[in-house]
Ligand binder design. Structure first.
Ligand SMILES: NC(=O)c1ccc[n+]([C@@H]2O[C@H](COP(=O)([O-])OP(=O)(O)OC[C@H]3O[C@@H](n4cnc5c(N)ncnc54)[C@H](O)[C@@H]3O)[C@@H](O)[C@H]2O)c1
Length: 510
């Protein structure tokens, strides 16, 4: 188990006692252990809220493996009945995670203000997989999976007091923060939308950080960032996992310095991504000032519809969008293939990104929940399971659609409405989740695409795609131009993407 050797120092169920020196934040427990003498009054002690009979004790003395409160699961030891609060629980990932964690025995609570439902409606789009209203979702979760979810309708930015009361009441041991607008294109529509996204995301997160400080500072925050924070540097510089490793060196003017431990450069690619970068600094500072502990999860693009829990009943399904604002690329390609629209590549279609399947993303989140950072630690992981170009994905969808579903799938290149390099080097590291947290991807792209075809070809979903086909083609230009993109070329599908081209473009670190 990846977290067997973690100690109470990592555990959100302890209070720290003794002379806690906030200037020492970010130091690891091991450093404390080495530098502090237990006879001195500066030594930090633990007090367990779940096992008060232990009194005051050394936080490094008990491991998760030894503690009866931490129980074995396939994803690591997890606190018995762990109290997990999901912010944004009505969303694509939030709802899926709620059912996943509920099935693992966690006590799940959550908030949402239905922003996502409203934003999608405002654009004239809809989720192609029909989803139930929240009260039906909650009833179905109880009825089908025997999961009780404590839900409140709260806006985390404008209703800070209500959120504070709820957090104070639940005392979550882990807080998953999904409650943001997730759309680059939505943030580029016009000034109102740019402001809406940045206000909602940046100020919501800032408010949350103060709330955690004042209510549950020992709770672990899992905050969602995005791989898009790093951009795609044309130098080919590797995209490290948020923080430079110890060996990274800056050379300049004949001198050199270690960059180890510093935040890596960010080059966001939309006003949405800028909001995520601002969040990164706010979370980093909060860990520094107040000894909060957080994972900043640089998540790749998610694809897919499946976990065992959401597939257990139509009322438990999670949303899935295909419009230009909220539809992610693979989900959108499969929907296009199903209704006969040639799959749209923007520009050359050689953009490369990191991806991960919905089910695998849930497993990663669970593994991280099981290994809370140390007090004051701002930890970053790149949460992806593979790297692909848009073209490669379009070929894969076309191949599966043609071979297994007998669909005449075509691919087109259209003008790129975004300001981005169509072709660029890409070297992203994603070593921590596999090496430190024991994650191995379980879902292949082909398998999940096949599953999507099966679901999208059901009469109800296919009809819902047809009903909103006019919102798939992009109209939002980063430049502010107002027009629909034009087709540049219909691709000849006989030429498969050459293997050597792929190898030239990416280096994969595992
Ligand atoms: N889906 C992806 O491919 C992807 C990739 C990288 C990062 N992310 C990040 O993961 C998170 C979740 O993404 P998602 O795809 O589930 O998005 P989503 O829009 O489906 O879920 C977000 C949920 O948060 C709610 N919300 C938004 N603002 C809120 C507020 N102020 N108060 C309360 N609730 C609020 C929305 O109503 C929605 O239900 C986002 O932060 C997103 O940026 C997603």
């Amino acid at each position: 188990m990846h977290n067997a050797k973690c100690t109470c120092w990592n555990c959100p169920a302890i209070d720290l006692a003794g002379k806690v020196d906030f200037r020492a934040c970010g130091q690891s427990g091991k450093q404390f252990d080495k530098t502090l003498d237990s006879t001195q009054e500066t030594h930090i002690m633990a007090e367990c809220k779940r096992r008060p009979e232990l009194g005051l004790y050394d936080p490094m003395a008990i491991t998760f493996q030894e503690c009866p409160q931490w129980q074995e699961t396939p994803y690591g030891y997890i606190l018995k009945d762990m109290r997990v609060m999901i912010l944004g629980i009505d969303g694509y990932l939030g709802w899926t995670l709620a059912l996943w964690l509920g099935s693992l025995g966690c006590k799940v609570s959550g908030v949402d203000n239905y922003n996502r439902r409203n934003w999608v409606k405002e654009r004239g789009a809809h989720t192609i997989v029909p989803i139930s209203r929240m009260n039906q979702r909650l009833r179905a979760a109880k009825e089908i999976l025997d999961i009780d979810i404590d839900f409140r309708q709260i806006d985390i930015y404008t209703q800070r007091e209500r959120l504070k009361e709820f957090i104070d009441e639940v005392k979550p041991e882990s807080i998953i923060h999904y409650a943001e607008n997730p759309s680059p294109a939505f943030s580029m529509i016009d000034v109102e939308h740019a402001i809406e996204v940045q206000k909602n995301n940046v100020l919501g997160t800032l408010a949350l950080l103060f709330t955690i400080r004042d209510t549950v500072p020992e709770s672990a925050l899992l905050k969602l960032g995005t791989m898009g924070e790093y951009g795609t540097p044309l130098t080919g510089r590797p995209l490290f996992e948020g923080i430079f490793p110890a060996e990274a060196i800056l050379q300049w003017g004949g001198r050199e310095w270690s960059l180890g431990g510093e935040l890596t450069p960010r080059d966001p690619v939309s006003f949405y991504h800028v909001s995520k970068v601002q969040d990164t600094f706010n979370v980093y500072e909060a860990c520094k000032y107040w000894w909060l502990r957080s994972f900043d999860i640089m998540q790749g693009v998610i694809f897919g519809v499946h976990t065992d829990q959401v597939a257990a009943d139509p009322r438990l399904r999670t949303r899935l969008d295909i419009d230009e604002w909220f539809g992610t690329i693979i989900n959108r390609f499969v929907a296009q293939a199903v209704i006969g629209i040639p799959l749209t590549l923007y520009g050359l279609g050689k953009q490369i990104r990191g991806f991960i399947a919905l089910r695998d993303a849930m497993e990663c989140m669970t593994r991280l929940i099981c290994a809370p950072p140390e007090p004051g630690q701002y930890a970053v992981v790149n949460q992806i399971s593979g790297i692909h170009s848009a073209r490669q994905l379009a070929y894969t969808v076309a191949k599966i659609g043609r071979e297994y579903f007998n669909l005449p799938v075509q691919i087109q290149r259209v003008e790129n409405p975004r300001v981005e390099a169509d072709e660029h080097p890409f070297e992203a590291l994603y070593e921590k989740l596999p090496k430190r947290y024991g994650f191995k991807p379980k879902v292949t792209i082909d398998e999940e695409i096949t599953r999507m075809f099966e679901l999208f070809l059901t009469p109800e979903v296919k009809k819902r795609i047809e009903e909103r086909k006019q919102v798939i083609m992009p109209k939002t230009w980063w430049s502010g131009v107002k027009k629909e993109v034009e087709r540049l070329e219909l691709l000849d599908l006989k030429g498969e993407i050459e293997e050597d081209e792929r190898l030239r473009m990416f280096k994969v670190h595992r």
